[in-house]
Write a protein that binds this ligand. Sequence first.
Ligand SMILES: [Zn+2]
Length: 291
Amino acid sequence: MKRYKLKKPWKLVTVLFVLFLFALSFCIYKSMNRATVNSSKTNSEEVTNPQNLGNQVINPEKNYENKPLINNDKSVPVLMYHSIGFEKGNELRVPVERFTEQMKFLKDNGYTTLSLDELYDFFNNNKPIPSKSVVITFDDGYADNYTNAYPVLKELGLKATMFVITSTIDKNSGYLNSSQLKEMQNNKISIESHTVNHVELDKIPYAKQLDTLKKSKDMIENILDNKVYYICYPVGKWNNDTLKAAKQAGYKMGFTTKNSLSNKANGLYTLNRVRINASYGITTFKKVIGN
Ligand SMILES: [Zn+2]
């Protein structure tokens, strides 16, 4: 009887201790479980948050600085310049001061200049681009594109494309030479084809069209060791043979001189461009690029 009375309080203490341990481990388990739920919630938010997803979908190497993006049913201004210099009454020669003002406007107003590869990815693969995107192109390959336009583009860090007439390269001092082309290619300027002799393509048969499209492409590729995928038709002239020949020769897009914004609905081989005339002040410039 005496022993039994002594043992009972011990049993009670043991039971209480076991209950306490059980409650403590239950609390620890609950708090650990809550932490796991929270961390998995954070992960799932990261995956489904459209902003994060958006950043992943765009090109990971190319961040458009969180600018508002658009998809490929929208139009893009592809600016068309020729010579950058001054000649009274010649609308195709844009004075360098005017050109500089226009480029500064693009830079200061948050425009993104696109390469033609980026424009192609937008039109053909629906890779989003900033809503304020613009493409800068020059036709014919005049030497003043190097002396007057290139320093401005380089200083402002803008991309551009030059469509060159390949028979003039290293043959005519009024036009770009191969060392200028190489230097510019290394500084965000891509060099593309404007045929061998600037012949109006709709005036010659299919075989000759194919020949000039292929030869000009090969020549630029050999000089610059870089693929040429874009063609600009001399004087904006083309016919159905031109479109077939351009595809056959390996071009991915073709440009006309039709004065309008560029839209994939026009067809990738007949894209419009916005003509920039010498007489355009900054107000007209803003209007024609759709600002
Ligand atoms: Zn031309």
